[in-house]
Design a protein around this ligand. Structure first.
Ligand code: SF4
Length: 375
């Protein structure tokens, strides 16, 4: 059972229904109170115990003394309604995390179209230090709790409800987010326990009710945890952030490759595909002069064919303070053509604004640096 750093009390949004029931039993509360509280947490997206008006006031006060209930504060929102929007949230301990709301669009990870997709963070900062990424620039601070991962969905839905009907949000709003990509700040599989707990809550009919097939987990290539994920019963989608088709290129831009080189990563992916019977995707950020040469396209296509995987090419988004550049459109198209000629299944993300990969972590970085400089 998870307790947040702010208090020693268990975080109510880190608890499964069984765990909450057990706590309520200890408090000698009837089981229908669990149902009521879950309804308030995940359907009505309550911001505190006081909002749960069909619970007696004395009970609400008692629950506040037994559980931690935290809602992050919105620090900044970038982007236009209806387009890609990036949100910066402040946690109870003052740390900042990002999540990105993607508009309805043709499915990026094979999940079908017309979804409301949220890109979710799993850590504050990141220890993996990929050379092109803003999230890893200042290192890793801590893992998010399951409740902090779950709250990103609830907080965005509260915000959406406030935009749609500021005066009178519906008493029982429907789920707005129906698709999750776990690709925000942090290496998701390095926070395996909290992530699995959060996803079980978001997947449960009493919780988020988001289908496992509509949840894509990304990893920079943590081979042992890919095998661990393969052994999980839930049918989550897997996206491997590859960004290089040879050890030479991956070693240069992704330090994780020195620990789990391509042979080991491929073997873990093979096991995932074999146990799950699902297609995985290989994410490949195209960076000018680093990994966009056609000499990378052939081994990338061969790897994708061996894994029966789909390749998502993503033109690099600039990160302040880093020298990397996006290749010219002609170079992007030539790379795609080469993959297709080598019989790989591949797409190139041409839309603007889907800056959920390389640019992830930039808003937090800018905000923290400005705060330190007293701007
Ligand atoms: S790309 Fe992912 S794993 Fe690599 S440093 Fe950024 S957040 Fe961490």
């Amino acid at each position: 059972m998870e307790a947040t750093e702010a208090t020693a009390l268990p975080d109510v949004k880190s608890l499964s229904m069984d765990e909450l029931t057990a706590r309520f039993n200890e408090l000698e509360l009837p089981s229908y109170r669990v149902t009521q509280v879950l309804e308030w947490l995940y359907r009505r997206r309550a911001t505190g115990w006081a909002a749960m008006t069909n619970l007696p006031k004395t009970l609400r006060e008692s629950l506040a003394g037994h559980f931690n209930f935290f809602v992050p504060a919105l620090v900044a929102c970038q982007g236009e309604w209806g387009g890609t929007q990036k949100f910066l949230w402040r946690l109870a301990d003052g740390n900042l995390i990002e999540c990105v709301l993607l508009p309805a669009n043709p499915g990026i990870y094979g999940e079908g179209s017309d979804r409301h997709t949220l890109c979710v963070s799993t850590q504050v900062g990141c220890a993996y230090g990929c050379k092109f990424c803003a999230s890893g620039l200042e290192g890793w601070k801590r893992n998010l709790t399951a409740g902090e991962i779950v709250e990103q969905i609830l907080s965005i839905e509260r915000w959406v409800a406030s935009q749609l009907a500021p005066a009178s949000p519906p008493a029982k709003p429907d789920r707005y987010i129906d698709n999750l990509v776990i690709m925000g700040m942090g290496e998701p599989l390095a926070n395996f326990g909290a992530l699995m707990k959060a996803l079980s809550i978001l997947n449960a009919p009493w919780g988020g009710g988001i289908g496992a097939r509509k949840i894509t987990i990304s990893t920079s290539g943590l081979a042992p945890q890919i095998r661990q994920l393969a052994a999980e019963p839930a049918q989550f989608r897997l996206a491997v952030s590859l960004h290089g088709a040879t050890d030479e290129v991956r070693d240069r831009i992704m330090p994780v490759n020195r620990k789990y080189p391509l042979r080991e990563l491929e073997a873990a992916c093979q096991e995932y595909v074999r146990l799950k019977g699902k297609m995985i995707s290989l994410e490949y950020i195209l960076i000018a002069g680093v990994n966009d040469s056609l000499s990378q396209a052939k081994p990338l296509a061969e790897l994708a064919r061996r894994l029966h995987a789909k390749i998502n090419l993503i033109p690099y988004n600039r990160v302040d303070g880093l020298a990397w550049e996006r290749p010219a459109e002609s170079a992007q198209e030539a790379f795609l053509d080469s993959l297709l000629q080598n019989q790989a299944l591949a797409t190139l993300r041409r839309e603007k604004g889907h800056d959920i990969d390389a640019a992830c972590g930039q808003l937090r970085l800018k905000t923290e640096r400005a705060a330190r400089a007293g701007v």
